[in-house]
Design a protein around this ligand. Structure first.
Ligand code: PLP
Length: 394
């Protein structure tokens, strides 16, 4: 006997992972250059040189202390360094006590959801949404409530959220810059959300937490502002990771920041530590905690993604595809050429184009293209996109 739900989760990989695995096998079969793999969000720019320098320097230190356990919440000096950086960059007096180091944003989210909910609560997500949210929400024995984004700008739909928040709601997860649509929520939009949550807290007589998942914070185009959510709504937990900003997804490093402006921050911090303990997310990888502290203000290299965005969006626009112009992250949300996104993705596969169907993000009729690839892949893929379009146009 094994746990049925866990068996199901392990036995049926996510659509993204499945397509990624298919791509690996197909590349081995017909050659890397003949497969246009747009499936996964693995950064295509290398980590900054400062990361390598910091890691090499650290490796010269005595091994016992370097590789030893840190406190569950992280190395104290690393937490202090991150708090100072948040204070400098975002104008909030962040304290080290409110930082909990984790294994990437995935762990941040699992921890944050468990920390602020009771079984039976509802957690709201904005569709289309990162598919793993539902897994983490249901693991906390809560219900995932999907509220569609406002179309066509994919900002938060405040009226729809107002209708969805009820006596069982305990948290809302937002993700800006957004995976999969690339939207960045404007200050005005976030302020409207904050006003709604404040009014609903008073009406319902319970705390409403905002979980701000922001691994793409630094990956934005045309200088667009990404407001710091804890400054807009105090009852915010930030889920941050260095997976995308410093191209370190395999090192599994990030943090939860509980806003210093939250009136019950001490209580929420204790619950974050408790959830970390209960879920086994204690003492994030120590070498990379220290690397991060050394590179805390290192800028992200966005130029390559900006160039890819231009190349792909111009190429697809010319071929007649409809898509959402991304303001951030490195995904293009493209309208499928038939209603059934899975069927469209299957037909694209015949042209060696690996596009993730939108069903896994909670909506029909779109596909997601991850353009964190080499520009050559985009250039070489355009004839395949052309052939696919011609096939549909007949
Ligand atoms: N949240 C979103 C929106 C993501 O796109 C990802 C990864 O792609 C994650 C969370 C998980 O990030 P990490 O690799 O830091 O666990």
């Amino acid at each position: 006997m094994v746990n049925e739900r866990m068996y199901g989760l392990g036995n049926e990989p996510s659509a993204i992972r499945e397509l990624f695995a298919y791509g690996m096998a197909r590349k081995a079969e017909i050659g890397e250059e003949n497969v246009f793999d747009f499936s996964i969000g693995n950064p295509s720019v290398p980590a900054p040189a400062a990361v390598k320098r910091a890691a090499l320097e650290l490796l010269e230190q005595p091994a016992v202390s370097l590789h030893g356990y840190s406190p569950a919440s992280g190395v104290p000096e690393v937490r202090a360094t991150i708090a100072e950086s948040i204070s400098r960059r975002f104008g909030i007096a962040a304290s080290a006590a409110n930082i909990y180091l984790t294994s990437g944003a995935a762990a941040c989210l699992a921890i944050s959801i468990s920390a602020v909910t009771e079984p039976g609560d509802e957690v709201i997500v904005i569709s289309p949404y990162f598919p793993e949210y539902k897994v983490w929400i249901e693991t906390a024995r809560c219900t995932c409530v999907e509220v569609p984004a406002h179309v066509p700008d994919f900002q938060l739909d405040i009226d729809a959220l107002a209708a969805a928040i009820g006596p069982k709601t305990s948290a809302i997860i937002i993700n800006s810059p957004n995976n999969p649509v690339g939207a960045v929520y404007s200050r005005e939009n976030l302020e409207a959300l904050a006003a709604l949550l404040t009014a609903k807290e008073a009406e319902l007589g319970r705390e409403l937490y905002l979980i701000s998942d922001e691994p793409y914070r630094e990956i934005v185009y045309d200088g667009i502002e990404v407001p710091y959510v804890p400054c807009v709504y105090p009852r915010t937990l930030v889920c941050y990771s260095y997976s995308k900003s410093l191209s370190l997804p395999g090192e599994r490093i990030g943090y939860v920041y509980v806003s210093d402006l939250m009136d019950n921050a001490v209580q929420v911090n204790a619950a974050v530590a408790g959830a970390g303990r209960a879920l086994g997310y204690i003492c994030a990888p120590v070498l990379f905690q220290r690397v991060i502290a050394a590179c805390v203000d290192e800028p992200s290299d966005v130029a390559a993604y900006a160039a890819n965005r231009k190349l792909l969006s111009e190429g697809l626009a010319e071929l007649g595809y409809e898509f959402v112009e991304p303001q951030g992250a490195f995904y293009l949300w493209v309208r499928a050429l038939e209603d059934d996104a899975q069927a469209f993705s299957n037909r694209a596969k015949v042209h060696e184009l690996l596009l993730v169907p939108s069903d896994s993000f909670g909506v029909p009729s779109w596909v997601r293209i991850s353009y964190c690839v080499s520009p050559e892949v985009i250039k070489r893929s355009l004839p395949a996109f052309k052939a696919l379009m011609e096939e549909y146009r007949g």
